[in-house]
Write a protein that binds this ligand. Sequence first.
Ligand code: KG4
Ligand code: ZN
Length: 301
Amino acid sequence: MVANLIHSQEALHGEFGGVVPELAARDHLEKLPGLVDGVLKKAGQEPDGIDRIGVTRGPGLVGCLLIGVGLARGLGAAWEKPVVGVNHLWGHVYAALLGRPELSPPLLALVVSGAHTDLVWMLEHGRFEVLGRTRDDAAGEAFDKAARMLGLGYPGGPALDRLARGGDARRQALPKPALPGLEFSFSGLKTALLYRLRDLGGEVTEQDRADLAAAFEESVVGALMEKLDQALDRRPATEVVVCGGVAANTLLRRRAGEVVGARARLTIPPLELCTDNGAMIAAAATYAPVNDLTVDPGLGW
Ligand code: KG4
Ligand code: ZN
């Protein structure tokens, strides 16, 4: 990786407790051109030194995707460079390659983000097979909702992670979601937390909140690790990748190492490359087979 710049919209959306699509799109329009300039300067590169331009074409918010693809098309025309439409989910997996360039498929990947909880088998560059996914909430979404119930700000995942470090999961144990096969479900766990908070009434101490955060995290991470373990039994892989925003979670990073153990080599991208970033899209663009720029907010694997 040569240079990576991120403009966070956390402060922008934090005020509203979640992502406001209109504001997100407008902020993309305002900030993207400056970010492109900034990253070229940081890399010490002129546009001439670029091979291709990678841009996310989905899944995501349609307004943001259209602005990104529009800008990339414009730059491609002005600089006479090919523009490659990239699948955001592929990008998360390719983030792992930025830390370990020798990493190559076939590999087993657990992709955990704000909108996805997918276990995928990457056969080769650009070819993925979904082994399991969530039936309802994604793991990141579950963390964000739980954080909100615990009175933490947006985005909730990192705040819940910090709160959980001072808690003891055993004092407020919550059920671990149990589904057959390689599917996930987190909406029941969210309800369990809601009822527990209701039962505690006005008596919730700071320690209770930390214990609840730890218990919630324990249940989510426990479910994720149980399925990763089963997937690895079914598809013995030599390489395992755990990626996506939730892969920044402290407990998940530790547990993944324990679960994979000596069975395979585990790669988790460095923290700043787990949550959304441009470098992972650039990495995926290197391997993207087609020059398809169709924006698709619901793009799958
Ligand atoms: O991949 P990502 O940056 O954006 C999407 O593609 O959705 O993932 C964002 C999600 C959010 O739900 C956020 O709360 C969660 O990742 N997240 C975490 C942590 N850091 C980010 N969840 C738990 N622990 C963390 N440390
Ligand atoms: Zn993402």
